[in-house]
Design a protein around this ligand. Structure first.
Ligand SMILES: N[C@@H](CCC(=O)N[C@@H](CS)C(=O)NCC(=O)O)C(=O)O
Length: 209
């Protein structure tokens, strides 16, 4: 049994979607980051960076924070959603790291400046939207030649997809990125993705372009 500490955000949804895809039993614990629950001493013992998501695997007694590390752990635990060796494994890690260093932090800044603080910092809005669009273009070009970012459906897709699901907040027109749109819609239809998207609480249907 896995305890998942999470909230209704892209980083949190990566892990609930992976757990649903892998069919691993888990209990979701809501950490409402709008109420400061990420600073509770009990949560900090599991996630010292005071950010969701985090897990505790009761089978192994391993506690982990950082969504990328958690996804690798779950893939290794089950032998699914990431090849075990060779170039195909590194390809998954390559696109997972791209997500962790690119779309995660950069689209996070778009949410901060464009969605929540519009008009306060025009230069920041312009800078992060430009970078956000550049990242969409990189993803679109990659998806011209492959069905999923690393070939087969993997934890790399699961890491990227929830960030793209916030395209409306980002004011990014997915129709300008037809390969991203095709990939996004394919993944959105997966029952495990729809279930994982609604954890720890249902915020409405998956947004569709
Ligand atoms: N690199 C971390 C980022 C986690 C993160 O930024 N989580 C956000 C929600 S998406 C959070 O918990 N924010 C709480 C805060 O800023 O205090 C990961 O991928 O797990």
């Amino acid at each position: 049994m896995i305890d998942l500490y999470t909230w209704t955000t892209p980083n949190g949804r990566k892990v609930s979607i992976a757990l649903e895809e892998l069919g691993l039993p888990y209990t979701a614990h809501a950490i409402d980051i709008s109420k400061g629950e990420q600073f509770a001493p009990e949560f900090l013992k599991v996630a010292p960076n005071n950010r969701i998501p985090a897990i505790v695997d009761r089978d192994t007694n391993i506690a982990l924070m950082e969504s990328g590390a958690i996804l690798i752990y779950l893939a290794d635990k089950t032998g699914k959603l990431m090849p075990k060796e060779g170039e195909p494994r590194y390809r998954v890690l390559e696109w997972l790291m791209w997500q962790m260093g690119g779309p995660g932090p950069m689209l996070g800044q778009v949410h901060h400046f464009v969605k929540y603080n519009k008009g306060k910092a025009p230069y920041a809005e312009e800078r992060y939207l430009k970078e956000g669009n550049r990242l969409y273009k990189v993803l679109d070009t990659r998806l011209e030649s492959v069905e999923f970012v690393a070939g087969d459906y993997s934890i790399a897709d699961i890491a990227i997809w929830p960030w793209i699901s916030r395209f409306e907040w980002q004011t990014i027109d997915m129709n300008a990125y037809p390969n991203v749109k095709r990939w996004y819609e394919t993944i959105a239809k997966r029952p495990a993705v729809q279930k994982g998207y609604a954890v720890p609480k249902d915020m409405g249907p998956v947004p569709m372009p």
